[in-house]
Design a protein around this ligand. Structure first.
Ligand code: R5P
Length: 291
C-alpha cells in the first residue's frame, strides 16, 4: 500500500501514512504558464493498493481537478486498487434542487471521481448520506464525532452541555456527548408572542455551564454566531465550538471569536489553524479493516 498526498491534504496524508506504517508519495504538481494543472506520479505503482488523500475545499475546482488527475495517473501506472479518500467533499450540501435549471453538481462530481479511477471512496461526516447513493463503488462516510468528544473530554469543561444548532444535529451531539458523559441538547425556536420568537435549548438550562456548539461544518459562521449570542444572553459560562470541517476564512473565524466563542476545535479534513483533531486514526482504521 502507498499513500499519495494531494496538495490540499499534505499533513493528513502524512498522518494516515504514519498510522498505516506505509510509504507516502508527494506528487509532482505544477502549473503550465497559462495556469493549467500538471500532475505526475514518479513511482512504480504496478499491482499496488494506492490511497489518494485529497480534500476538495477552497480552491475547490483546482483541488477537484487535481484529484481526478491523481486518480487517472495512479490507474495509468497499473495500481491494483485505488481508494479515493476525500475527507471533505464539496457540493455534498448541494444535493437537491431549489430552482429549476440549477446544477446540483453532486451527482456529476461523484460519477467523475468514479470514472477517473476510484475503486472505492472514503469521506468524513458528509452532511447528507444521500450523496453516497450517487456512487456505484463501495463508499464509506466516517464520522469524527468520537474524536471530537475525546478531545473535549481532556478540556475538563465545567458541567458541560453539548449543543446542536437544530434538531437535525441531535444524533451528532449525542455521539460527541457520549465521549465525555455530558448532557446534550439542541436549539429550538419558540413563539413567545404573535410577533416574538426566541431561540433556546429545547430542554436544558445553560446558565453557568460550559457549552460546546457542535456542527458538521462552519462556513460563513452565521449559525454559530447567532447561537453564541443566544447562549451569552442565557449566561453560559464559556462557549466552545466543535466541528469536523472548518471551511472558514480568517475573517469569519475572527467574527466567531469576537461573538464570544472561547475557541473553535476542528479536524484536519480541511487543514486549518483550528484543526486540533486529526481524522487520520479513523481513516487508517477503516482502510486497515478493509472497510
Ligand atoms: C447546516 O445544515 C450545516 O450543518 C451547518 O450548520 C451550516 O452549513 C453552517 O453554515 P454557516 O457556517 O454558513 O452558518
Amino acid at each position: 500500500m502507498i499513500i499519495i498526498a494531494g496538495s490540499a491534504s499534505p499533513k493528513l496524508a502524512s498522518r494516515v501514512a504514519k498510522q498505516l506504517k506505509c510509504p507516502i508519495l508527494n506528487p509532482e504538481i505544477k502549473r503550465f504558464p497559462d495556469g493549467e494543472l500538471y500532475v505526475r506520479l514518479d513511482a512504480k505503482l504496478e499491482g499496488k493498493h494506492v490511497v489518494i488523500v485529497q480534500s476538495t475545499h477552497h480552491p475547490q475546482n483546482d483541488n477537484l481537478i487535481e484529484l481526478f488527475l491523481l486518480l487517472d495517473a495512479a490507474k495509468d501506472l497499473g495500481a491494483r486498487h485505488v481508494t479515493a479518500t476525500v475527507p471533505y467533499l464539496i457540493s455534498s450540501r448541494q444535493d437537491k434542487l431549489f430552482k429549476p435549471g440549477e446544477s446540483t453538481g453532486t451527482h456529476t462530481i461523484c460519477k467523475l471521481i468514479e470514472h477517473a479511477g476510484a475503486d472505492d471512496f472514503l469521506t468524513v461526516d458528509m452532511q447528507n448520506d444521500r450523496v453516497i447513493q450517487n456512487f456505484s463503488i463501495p463508499t464509506y462516510n466516517l464520522t469524527a464525532t468520537s474524536l471530537l468528544g475525546q478531545y473535549l473530554d481532556k478540556l475538563k469543561l465545567q458541567d458541560p452541555v453539548i449543543l446542536g444548532i437544530d434538531q437535525g444535529s441531535l444524533e451528532r451531539v449525542r455521539r460527541v456527548a457520549a465521549e465525555l458523559n455530558a448532557n446534550y441538547d439542541y436549539l429550538v425556536k419558540r413563539k413567545v408572542t404573535q410577533k416574538k420568537i426566541t431561540t433556546q435549548p429545547k430542554h436544558l438550562e445553560v446558565a453557568k455551564r460550559d457549552v460546546v456548539l457542535v456542527d458538521d461544518i462552519i462556513s460563513t459562521g452565521g449559525n454559530i454566531i447567532e447561537a453564541t449570542r443566544i447562549l451569552r444572553r442565557q449566561r453560559a459560562r464559556k462557549i466552545y465550538v466543535a466541528c469536523t470541517h472548518p471551511a472558514v476564512t480568517e475573517d469569519t473565524l475572527q467574527k466567531i471569536l469576537k461573538a464570544g466563542v472561547q475557541s473553535v476545535i476542528a479536524t484536519d479534513t480541511i487543514e486549518h489553524r483550528t484543526s486540533l483533531v486529526s481524522v487520520a486514526p479513523i481513516i487508517a482504521g477503516a482502510i486497515q479493516q478493509g472497510f
